[in-house]
Design a protein around this ligand. Structure first.
Ligand code: PMP
Length: 421
């Protein structure tokens, strides 16, 4: 395939150098869905604010004032990135898992949480511990909407929890339609946007999404920060996530009145640098040409699927047969596949050792879904990001072709549960 109007030149200055040595691309990262490397301007920003490192909301000192203003401004940047309503609460968390667990503590006493079997465990386990109803997705998005509607019609659903894009197959769910469906039956919706936000702009006010959660480390910021954005009433009524300093209005020896707003759930000294770098990353993402970015990723994904499907014994896995009719490309830059006759862990180890290609293998923290896809021992996932290029796709296809034709060079053994050469 010919090189499209790649984002790489656009982002040239943004991509950090270590993956390239002596002008040659040494390592191909096809695991952006797990974590994406911090962008150069995010790293620069980190260095810029590092000298002003001080605890927020606590001191009158200059550094503390700067830290506080950076931290609070980050909230506004993130709010505007996701199209938040003015009264939405923006809570900084450690990651998506933290954000969804936080929301789970704040649900009203009455009502069930409804979720599908396609979810990442982070958007399944918090709800499984509460009154809940779980349903299997259908073979199409259309039938899945019907399945959800039937369940909602039974009444007493307080919250529909759904992913914005599957971390297993990359397929994009119609979140605005799902929000309208939930609201029609008096339920609210939370969207796990961990995979969606790094690939698609989301406007929660326009889509009428009540709560949105995502992680910084999948959005070109460092590890350690995430966010929950959403309607304040449940969050202000919920038990604080952590009991401690900052989360309170007034403490007496044997009683406490809790703060409202984000402070309620941000007990302890917050991760100022995490919040600030996450916010910076959203600014870079927001500045990209959305069409160009999406088209680039789609071309890479189509080329990879075409290449893989041309190899005997390779199967590409999808969830729905109609995802294209629900969003412009149906899927973010994620391709899930397996190679007949080879354990996925062995394929991943081989691609890494012999082709310097990093893909993810296993069950992607989505055991119920992998079981339903008939992949109880797992599969492989290649995922694209801002630095991905056609040469990456070619290298992966070459690796799988060689494996099928010749088998692995040398012996691979399992050590501590992982295949190694
Ligand atoms: N949801 C989805 C769809 C994900 O892909 C992930 C990360 N794999 C998570 C939630 C959890 O994100 P984190 O590990 O950052 O909490």
């Amino acid at each position: 395939p010919t090189q499209p109007q790649a984002l790489l030149p656009v982002l040239g200055a943004e991509l950090q150098a270590p993956l390239v040595q002596g002008g040659e691309l040494r390592y191909v990262n096809l695991d952006y869905a797990a974590s994406s490397p911090a962008l150069a301007s995010v790293a620069d920003y980190l260095n810029e604010i590092l000298p002003f490192y001080a605890s927020v909301h606590r001191g009158a000192g200059y550094a503390s004032q700067i830290s506080t203003s950076v931290y609070e401004n980050s909230r506004n940047v993130v709010r505007s990135f996701v199209g938040g309503r003015p009264d939405d609460t923006v809570i900084f968390t450690r990651n998506t898992t933290d954000a969804l667990n936080l929301l789970a503590r704040c649900l009203p006493a009455q009502g069930d949480v409804l979720y599908l079997d396609i979810e990442h465990h982070a958007n399944l386990l918090p709800w499984q511990q509460l009154p809940h109803r779980s349903v299997l997705a259908g073979e199409s998005i259309a039938s899945t909407l019907e399945i959800l509607e039937k369940e909602l019609q039974l009444g007493s659903v307080s919250l529909l929890a759904v992913t914005g894009a599957s971390n297993v197959t990359g397929e994009v769910l119609p979140v605005a339609e799902l929000a309208a469906l939930a609201h029609r039956y008096g339920a609210r919706i939370v969207v796990d946007a961990a995979q969606l936000v790094p690939h698609r702009r989301v406007d929660i006010a326009a889509a009428d999404i009540d709560y949105l959660a995502f992680s910084g480390h999948k959005l070109y910021a460092p590890f350690g920060s995430g966010v929950l954005v959403g309607r304040p009433d449940w969050l202000d009524a919920g038990v604080p996530l952590l009991f401690g300093g900052g989360a309170v209005k007034e403490v007496r020896l044997d009683s406490v009145s809790w703060a409202e707003g984000p402070a309620r759930h941000e007990g302890g000294s917050p991760n100022v640098l995490g919040a600030a770098t996450l916010a910076k990353a959203t600014e870079v993402i927001a500045s990209l040409d959305q069409d160009e970015w999406q088209q680039h990723e789609q071309q890479l994904r189509d080329a990879l699927i075409e290449g893989l499907q041309g190899i005997p014994g390779v199967t590409v896995h999808r969830l729905f047969n109609d995802s294209e009719s629900y969003s412009d490309s149906g899927s973010i830059g994620v391709v899930n596949f397996s190679v007949s006759g080879y354990d996925s862990g062995l394929v991943a180890a081989y691609l890494s050792a012999e082709f310097a290609v990093g893909v993810r293998d296993g069950r992607f923290c989505a055991h119920p879904l992998l079981r339903r896809l008939g992949l109880p021992t797992g599969s492989l996932r290649a995922s694209f990001g801002l630095g991905s290029r056609f040469a990456d796709v070619e290298r992966l296809i070459a690796g799988v072709n060689k494996l099928i034709a010749e088998g692995p060079t040398g012996d691979y053994v399992v050590e501590s549960g992982r295949w190694v050469p």
